[in-house]
Design a protein around this ligand. Structure first.
Ligand SMILES: [Zn+2]
Length: 280
């Protein structure tokens, strides 16, 4: 597409006709058909449908930017096929590419610089899917005894998420680029109508793991008599809200014990981006 065609697409969503000088255009990798760390994946048809659903949807940035009202909007999408690459499921790799635009305002200038600098590369998406299907036997919604991640007669068992119902949002993840990170799925079963399953994906899990590790570190820092292994095991049972509370409490104690511990503040700054991911 040349710039005039791109602008025509963009102007479908703009309140007033925008010119080439007024928009900053960039593309993002929204999601793909690779089996993820939770042994789930979207099927190729789902990517096509998600592509339709994401057109016109706004994307948000991390707290720092979204607080100032910065959003970008997807104005077109395309499923990119890379047949030379094979997924863990044994078929050709493909991914959903989205083109988005931002207004070139003074307010957005630093944000555009960050995107151009490659800092904000990963994207997470929120969507609802109607079906989840076992890759081994085709059973729906976990109705069989196959275990995800296990291999049966040389075939990997995973769950295939099919038939997207809606795409809610997408957001930039300001973490160092990591291959295939950042697909956050919210899985809703529409069959029964009421069952909603919140899916915690790789980055959310990574955030929890780091949070547990940090609480343990702080606890051991402030209490020299603590058995770290026992404490870490106890932390594994806690979920995010309790962990955040504990972290705050231990930070206060640590700050009292070590009045000028700079590593604590640095850690906080680094965690903010992960929190954003988790909240999506
Ligand atoms: Zn099965």
């Amino acid at each position: 597409m040349d710039i005039r065609e791109e602008l025509a697409c963009i102007n479908q969503f703009a309140k007033t006709e925008l010119t080439e000088e007024q928009v900053y255009v960039f593309s993002v990798r929204l999601c793909d058909n690779e089996v993820d760390r939770d042994f789930e994946r979207f099927d190729t048809a789902a990517l096509e449908r998600l592509g339709e659903l994401f057109v016109g949807k706004s994307g948000i940035f991390d707290h720092q930017w979204s607080a100032k009202g910065q959003t970008a909007r997807i104005y077109r999408t395309e499923v990119v096929r890379e047949e030379a690459m094979v997924t863990a499921a044994g078929d050709g790799y493909c991914w959903l590419k989205g083109w988005a635009y931002l207004l070139r305002t003074e307010k957005n200038r630093d944000l555009i610089a960050e995107i151009e600098g490659g800092i904000k590369k990963e994207v997470s998406v929120g969507c609802s899917m109607a079906r989840s299907v076992c890759s081994i036997c085709g059973a729906e919604n976990g109705a069989c005894g196959h275990v995800r991640g296990e291999t049966y007669d040389g075939r990997l068992c995973f769950t295939e998420l099919r038939e997207p119902q809606d795409a809610y949002e997408w957001s930039f993840v300001a973490v160092p680029a990591q291959r295939n990170a950042g697909v956050l799925k919210r899985f809703e079963q529409s069959g029964g109508g009421s069952a909603v399953l919140e899916k915690q994906a790789a980055l959310g899990r990574k955030y929890l793991t780091e949070l547990r590790r940090e609480v343990t570190r702080l606890a051991m820092l402030t209490d020299g008599d603590l058995d770290g292994q026992v404490f870490a095991k106890a932390m594994d049972r806690l979920e995010e809200p309790e962990l955040v509370e504990l972290k705050k409490a231990y930070e206060v104690r640590a700050a009292k014990k070590f009045p000028s511990a700079p590593q604590l503040r640095r850690k906080d700054a680094a965690e903010r981006s992960d929190e954003t991911v988790f909240l999506v």
